[in-house]
Write a protein that binds this ligand. Structure first.
Ligand SMILES: *Cc1c(COP(=O)(O)O)cnc(C)c1O
Length: 350
């Protein structure tokens, strides 16, 4: 081993779902939205003033931050933005989890959490979900250095009632509790109404799933002014200009087209319930999703085998090799046509 190798920070990176380059792939593996972004968002992108691209963007993205504060009925100073919610979450781990005590998150959840804990050297513990893949609030009532909960959870697709998360907040006034609401627009219960009562609550959201803008990279955090200021200070100490000029414009404009946004959401929810029934008729156990994906296991065929067979036929879903979930597939809800292709392909395979 070379001497300098000792100085390298060793990490096992998070592995996102594949982004295949071939045409004609049905891509149901990274929970993207199958519908295009709203008209106003596209218009904002197309009318970006390219003569200004030589200038740095607004470091605080105040146009977007202001639009989000207004949209969610918050006060000035309660929102900060980042390059996707992965950026916001990662910086939140760095900002808020500085105790020697372990932070807590479930054993089955967004697999980026243990990666950030490792890279920032944050000790962590993972209380197991119960046998039905539910988060038990009582597991989060022991001493800890902070808590992060995805609600609805991924990859299980299950949501918790906000009263259950409030139970966790009540038991943890001395640490920061992060609620990752990446999927909440698809039918979960948001913690937003509780924000004014808990100064130690940070809600993180993304434009990547419900707003059809994964390629734009926009995420944001909502919380008390104190939490947001602390997060902004760390953000500004690492990257002064996390969002590009056109990203800031598109992010703001996307909030102005509520009708089209709601229409796209409804289509996803409708297709989700249709696909769930179709899968159940074909021998799948499908959890009750509050997200834009289904978490499902077949009664006979193994998760790995189904994943490979579907992939051979150009349908990409996500398969995780974790001990408790390796028989399951995480299937993004695509368009009705894509889901029909999935179902007819399964008919050939099963
Ligand atoms: C997709 C996802 C994110 C990250 O989304 P970005 O594209 O980085 O905004 C964060 N948390 C969960 C639970 C997710 O599924």
């Amino acid at each position: 081993m070379k001497k300098w190798e000792e100085n390298i920070r060793q990490v096992t990176p998070y592995v996102p779902g594949e982004q295949p380059q071939e045409e004609n792939i049905i891509k149901l593996n990274t929970n993207e939205n199958p519908y295009p972004p709203t008209r106003k968002a596209v218009e904002a992108y197309l009318t970006t003033d390219f003569t200004k691209l030589g200038l740095y963007p607004d470091p605080t993205a105040s146009e977007l931050v202001g639009a989000l504060e207004k949209y969610y009925g918050l006060e000035e100073g309660q929102v900060t933005v980042g390059a996707g919610s992965d950026d916001v979450l990662s910086l939140s781990f760095l900002t808020f989890f500085n105790s020697d005590k372990p932070i807590l998150f479930p054993d089955v959840t967004y697999s980026f959490y243990p990666v950030w804990a490792e890279v920032y050297r944050i000790p962590y513990e993972c209380p197991p979900l119960d046998k039905d893949f539910r988060i038990r609030p009582e597991d989060y009532k022991k001493e800890n250095g902070g808590i992060v909960i995805a609600n609805p959870n991924a990859p299980t697709s299950l949501g918790m009632a906000s009263s259950e998360i409030e139970e966790i907040l009540q038991a943890n006034p001395d640490v920061i509790v992060i609620v990752d609401e990446a999927y909440v627009d698809f039918g979960g219960e948001s913690m937003l109404p509780l924000l004014s009562r808990y100064e130690n609550l940070l809600i993180v959201r993304t434009y990547s799933k419900s707003r059809s803008l994964a390629g734009m990279r926009i995420g944001f955090a909502m919380g008390s002014k104190e939490l947001i200021q602390a997060l902004r200070n760390v953000q500004a100490s690492i990257n002064s200009y996390p969002l590009t000029r056109e990203t800031i414009r598109v992010g703001s404009a996307a909030l102005e087209d509520e009708e089209m946004f709601q229409k796209n959401l409804k289509r996803v929810l409708h297709t989700r319930e249709w696909a769930k029934k179709e899968l159940e008729q074909r021998g799948f156990l499908v959890l009750d999703s509050q997200t834009n994906f289904l978490f499902a296991r077949h009664e006979r065929v193994s998760g790995q085998r189904l994943f490979e067979k579907l992939r051979d036929r150009g349908i990409y879903v996500r398969h995780f090799n974790g001990e408790r979930i390796r028989e399951y597939l995480r299937i993004t809800v695509g368009t009705k046509e894509q889901m029909e292709r999935l179902v007819s392909t399964l008919d050939e395979l099963l």
